[in-house]
Ligand binder design. Sequence first.
Ligand SMILES: NC(=O)c1ccc[n+]([C@@H]2O[C@H](COP(=O)([O-])OP(=O)(O)OC[C@H]3O[C@@H](n4cnc5c(N)ncnc54)[C@H](O)[C@@H]3O)[C@@H](O)[C@H]2O)c1
Length: 216
Amino acid sequence: MRILVTGASGGIGAAICSKFLDNGHEVFGMDIAPAAVTHEHYTHIVHDICCEPYPEIEGVEVLINSAGVQRQSADDIAVNLTAVIAVTEHYAFQDRIRSVVQIASASGLTGSEFPHYAASKGGLVAYTKNIALRLAKYGACANSLCPGGVITDLNKHILEDEKLYQAVLDESLLHRWAEPCEIAEWAYFLACVNRSMTGENLLIDNGEALKANFIW
Ligand SMILES: NC(=O)c1ccc[n+]([C@@H]2O[C@H](COP(=O)([O-])OP(=O)(O)OC[C@H]3O[C@@H](n4cnc5c(N)ncnc54)[C@H](O)[C@@H]3O)[C@@H](O)[C@H]2O)c1
C-alpha cells in the first residue's frame, strides 16, 4: 500500500516508516527535518505541515499523522491540531484511502502535561471521531493512539537526567516507557490488520493513568 507518515524524521515517525517498509509497503515521509530512513521504497519530503499548499501525493491509502511539538505555547495547537486537520483533509478524503491513524497523547485524555499540548491532543482525539464518520463512505477506518511516555528526543531532557527519569518511571504501573517500535506496531495493526474498529482511541501508557493509591 501507499503510506504517508508525517513527522517521519522523529522517533515514533521513523519507527512507523521502518515498520511499513519492512512489510513491503511504499512509504512517503514528510518532515521539516531531513530523512531518518533510507530505503528504495521510501520518499522523503521536506515540508512544514503548517504550510499549505501541500505537495501532491496520488492515492494515499494510509495516512499516519505523527508530526508534533511540545513547546508549551500556542504552537502546540497550530502544529498538533490545526495542521494535522489540514493534512488529513487534504490527503485522506479520496477513494483510495483505507485508514487514518493519529498519534495523539495520553495527555489528551488525562489533561496532564501542558495546557496547549493537552488541548491539542484532546482535540485530535475528537477530530478522529469526526473523520471516522466522514471516511466511512470510503470503507476507511480512522483511529487514534494515545501513548504515555515514549523514549524519543521529545523527552530528551528527562532521558538525560537519570534521577528525573526514575521519578517519572515510578509514576507508571509497569515502571517503563514504550520504545518507538512498540508504537509503530500499534500503528501498523490499526492501519493494516484492523478493518472493524473506527472512531476509537487506544491508550498505551504502561498503566500510568490506571496507577492510583487505594486508601481504605
Ligand atoms: N515521545 C513521547 O513520549 C510521546 C508521547 C505521546 C505522544 N507523542 C506524540 O508522538 C508524535 C511523535 O513524537 P516523537 O516522540 O517521535 O517526537 P520527535 O520530536 O522525535 O518527532 C516529532 C517529529 O515531528 C516533526 N515536526 C515537528 N513540527 C513539524 C512541522 N510543522 N511539520 C513537519 N514536521 C514537523 C519533527 O521535525 C520531528 O521529526 C508527536 O505528535 C508527539 O506529540 C509522543
